[in-house]
Design a protein around this ligand. Sequence first.
Ligand SMILES: [Zn+2]
Length: 440
Amino acid sequence: MSLPAADEYLPGHGDPAYDVRHYDLDLAYSVVTNRLDGDATLSLVTTVQTKRLVLDLAHLDVAKVRLTGAPLGRYNVRSERLVVDLKQPVAAGTELTLSVRYHGRPRPLIDKRLGDAGWEELADGVIVAAQPHGSPTWFPCNDRPDDKASYRISVTTDAGYAVVSNGLLVEHRQRGSSETWVYEQDEPMATYLATVQIGRYRDWPAPDAPESGIPIRIAAPADLDADAFAAAFGRQHEMMDVFVDLFGPYPFPGYAVVVTGDDLEIPLESQSLSTFGRNLIRGDWDATRLIAHELAHQWFGNAVTLARWQDIWLHEGFACYAEWLWSERSGGESADVHARRHWDRLDDLDQDLVLADPGPDLMFDDRLYKRGALALHVLRLTIGDEAFFDLLRAWVAEHLGSSVTTDAFLSYAAARTDADVRGILNPWLFEEELPPLPAS
Ligand SMILES: [Zn+2]
């Protein structure tokens, strides 16, 4: 029997037959041997009548499966899926609790179009960069971006390492040669945004507290250069305040920044935290813009998340535009100057990308980021600053914790403004050719 899939861009992931409400993950991990022992308990509800639950789990061995709420049949692991059969079909709306005990040596999942993602060893620690397909490398999950759940993540690892995960640190204890870190993420979270970061980190004092009162934690290697740290994060608190002003209340109880001991090719956003390689700890625009970009994802991507990967511009276009907004608000070049420069650059490049359906190969193409930001700039030029930022704040406030599509954004924007939003944005979203940029 063929296995279900939920998203065209991620074949072989996700099961639409159920929704997970809560993940409770108890993990034990040895940094030296890269051995992970996990116990995952999923509280879920079926969405249709079903006799089977299919979870995503890659490279790890399952030792035991338990089910409450219905009699368990057989289970087996194949093609990076854990297929759990029930003895009889259960009706839609049935609440079940599924526990999976598993273990192994986690490693990234490699996809020829999407690259590597998931649990990965650093020189001395771990990074989990799961976007878009890496979550199954460390816990059994329903790997669909539109199936958001709350999480409790407990990680026990060698003493001397810090663990940073999503949400609030609710417990930290040391016992003998190990330490346990427990995080709770109450706000709904997509699987790919769940993360564990392990390293010899210490908490660096944030240079200043934001006026908005959001707690900011910075976990970084002890030997980081203090001047470089100040150059990179000296204005993090101001950035938080500017984005709260532009996008509305920060959507989580706190924000954490992790700086890895290793260099990283790109930084990454996870829900309530961002991770930067130590090579990005600098004060130049190419580093600063990424610090702004990852923070903006807390609103656009994490609080309000795409329902389908084809709508990735709803994350990356907005986060890229937030870079230009930070520039404008922090005394740098205006968003309009950035927009015109990037329009000129895009005009010289191939125009074979459809923003609202780029295909998995071009999902993270830089042109998508810039064209998405340009589309927003055009909307801002057309409707004016007041209506534009009202729209962004309302869009976040009304879709907090939920999953959205491009069409939902267009309908929402059209209903809230007098402008012909679809007429303005359709050429940017659905055609390959680069539309002209209106005069400012
Ligand atoms: Zn991004």
